[in-house]
Design a protein around this ligand. Structure first.
Ligand code: IPM
Ligand code: MG
Length: 391
């Protein structure tokens, strides 16, 4: 069959299914998703997440329209800058953004010979700011099937854990004024950590809102024994807490939190914290689950719009080898369905497929354990697609 004929038939079939769904009164959504494949393993893992979304669309009768933009190293190579205004405009015009990962090997990649504001990470910080994505949700869940990969002692991991880090994403040290100067022949670098009460309030509200839908506990993490910004953080969080009598609030110093995450992660429900602490604690939280390759994230603004990306980086050492774990990106796509589109059933279907594939013993290299079947990135994607069912 010619490809034209094939597409005609596919289109007719699509129209037919569309009509059938409309008749059944099922809500059909046309979703415009801007994708940022990015660098390293990014393009491979985004390709698998797209496959999963296409399957969800066909099972539930939605329409997904994808458009790719460049960011990070890929954008530097094409345009000389890590993020263009056109790319930002396309991201803004979409219903949501799905991202892989950006950046390369910081010691060998030529991108890191450029001034800091032209390096790949500047693209990521730029898009977070441009889209006002101030709330970063990073869930860390210990899957029963992967309990063996958890580096904690069994007496600790045996209890399981399911926590969520609510990280402030557009303020603090990441966006404060910074410079390097020379004073009396001595180099001096200055980074500033600033938060105003409105920035703290809006992220605290997000933290309490989500805690209310989970197990009703917020652990607000700061360094109030040293930092003014943390003392203001604590004050504002306490004010917000008054509107949520059903949520328990506790404060924890960040160094203690780092310790508690390995000592007793089950004590946490929602960890609410500022940008830099959240960056560090979320890597730690993901590691205690056994594989950072499993952890999704959502970065939201004050409406339903969000950018969804795995919590892990671009892993340039394994890029292009078809061995990366696409699950974190697939689970990020599930978060997109849930948070940006209110498609809870569809999100559940994706998460159920992940659990099913793990239950059947399929593993990518990063989560491999004895007796399991090792698969590559695209094979994992195919398995997930084939296990998606209408719930
Ligand atoms: C993350 C990353 C980024 C951050 C880097 C790549 C700028 O580590 O999303 O956690 O520090 O926010
Ligand atoms: Mg990080």
């Amino acid at each position: 069959m010619s490809s034209e004929a094939f597409f005609d038939i596919a289109f007719l079939w699509y129209q037919h299914s569309y009509a059938v769904y409309e008749q059944k009164g099922v809500e059909i959504m046309e979703l415009h998703i801007t994708c940022i494949p990015g660098d390293g393993i990014g393009p491979e893992i985004v390709a698998e997440a797209k496959k999963v979304l296409v399957k969800i669309a066909s099972v539930y009768g939605h329409k997904m329209v994808f458009e790719d933009i460049l960011m990070g190293g890929a954008s530097i190579d094409a345009y000389g800058v890590p993020l263009t205004d056109e790319a930002v405009a396309k991201a803004k015009a979409a219903d949501a953004v799905l991202m892989g990962s950006i950046g390369g090997d910081t010691t060998t990649s030529p991108w890191y010979k450029l001034p800091p504001n032209l390096r790949p990470e500047a693209g990521l910080l730029g898009i977070r700011k441009a889209l006002n994505l101030f709330a970063n949700l990073r869930p860390a869940v210990l899957y029963d099937e992967l309990a063996g990969a958890c580096p904690l002692k069994e007496e600790i991991s045996g209890q399981g854990f399911d926590l969520l880090i609510m990280r402030e994403l557009t303020g603090g040290l990441y966006f404060g004024e910074r410079k390097t100067i020379e004073e009396n022949g001595v180099l001096k670098a200055i980074d500033t950590l600033t938060y105003d009460e409105n920035e703290i309030r809006r992220i605290a509200v997000k933290g309490f809102d989500i805690a209310r839908k989970r197990r009703g506990k917020v652990t607000s993490v700061d360094k109030a024994n040293v930092l003014d910004s943390s003392r203001l953080w604590r004050k504002v969080v306490e004010e917000v807490a008054k509107d949520y009598p059903e949520v328990t609030l506790e404060h924890m110093l960040v160094d203690n939190c780092a310790m508690q995450l390995v000592k007793d992660p089950a004590q946490f429900d929602v960890i609410l914290t500022e940008n830099m602490f959240g960056d560090i604690l979320s890597d730690e939280a993901s590691m205690v689950t056994g594989s950072i390759g499993m952890l999704a994230s959502a970065s939201l603004n004050d409406s339903k719009f969000g950018l969804y990306e795995p919590s892990h980086g671009s892993a340039p050492d394994i890029a292009g080898k078809d061995i990366a774990n696409p699950i974190a990106t697939v689970l990020s796509a599930a978060m997109m369905l849930r948070y940006s589109f209110d498609l809870d059933r569809e999100a559940d279907a994706v998460e159920a497929a992940v659990k099913q594939v793990l239950k059947e013993g399929f593993r990518t290299g990063d989560i491999m354990s004895e007796g399991c079947k090792r698969v590559g990135c695209s094979e994992m994607g195919d398995l997930l697609v084939s296990r998606i069912n209408r719930l």
